[in-house]
Design a protein around this ligand. Structure first.
Ligand SMILES: *Cc1c(COP(=O)(O)O)cnc(C)c1O
Length: 229
């Protein structure tokens, strides 16, 4: 299948999933995950009308984004090493993977030095998978209190990745818990923190995520095809 056909199909499925759960399709942003895909493939998606893309490695983003038109919106997903923060700039629309204090400190330092306020999501390990990144659910509140002291960070919401081996019922619970954490902490009015966004759902489970309140879905393979490692 061609990338434009894939995109059309994904948008239809997002539309249907939103309607099935009584939501407006405009509340859900599709991030086309272009990691490991050549710039030509990303251009094909661009020509089909897609403007929002996500990469998981800073190096790859640095090489790829200058090859694409300037009106692309770039998101950073996946683990971010503190020594890579210096390569980021305000062309990153959102960092989805703030998951530890050392990264918070590195972002705050670079932000202060270069006068950048970083838009971020907090990554939460709702699957409690020891091999996965993300704060444990019970750690999120204290972490947000630490964010409140950082003038160069704005938290826009939460992000989670399911677990590879989970059943769809388990996956649904991981997504539901993320929304519940959001709902609970949203009432607290923490400085620098607004919890409007829920980034959850990938190719295999985005419809479940939409049913549980996702505002951003991150889809790679169903748009670009399989990645070859
Ligand atoms: C690769 C990746 C995705 C996209 O996964 P697909 O299965 O290709 O849809 C989404 N989120 C994160 C964090 C990823 O690393």
């Amino acid at each position: 299948m061609r990338i434009d056909d894939n995109l059309k199909q994904i948008y239809q499925r997002i539309f249907a999933a939103a309607q099935n759960s009584g939501r407006h399709p405009e509340q859900i942003k599709l991030l086309a995950v272009s990691k490991m895909m050549p710039a030509e493939a990303v251009k094909e998606a661009y020509e089909a009308g897609q403007r929002v893309f996500a990469e998981n490695r800073v190096q790859e983003w640095m090489e790829k984004h200058p090859l694409l038109p300037h009106d692309c919106e770039w998101h950073l997903i996946g683990r971010l090493q503190t020594n890579k923060v210096k390569y980021l700039n305000n062309q990153i629309a959102l960092i989805h993977s703030l998951d530890r204090l050392s990264l918070l400190t590195a972002l705050e330092e670079q932000g202060a030095k270069r006068n950048i306020i970083w838009p971020v999501l907090i990554q939460v390990n709702t699957a409690r998978d020891p091999n996965k990144a993300g704060l444990m659910p019970q750690e999120v509140e204290d972490f947000l209190d630490a964010v409140a002291d950082c003038q160069h960070i704005r938290v826009h919401g939460l992000m989670t990745i399911g677990a590879l081996e989970a059943t769809s019922e388990e996956t649904r619970m991981f997504f539901r818990e993320l929304r519940q954490i959001r709902d609970l902490l949203q009432t607290k009015e923490i400085p620098q923190v607004k919890l409007t966004e829920l980034s959850m759902g990938m190719s295999r489970d985005f419809e479940l995520a939409i049913a549980e309140g996702a505002t951003m879905v991150r889809i790679g393979r169903r748009i670009f095809g399989e990645r070859h490692y």
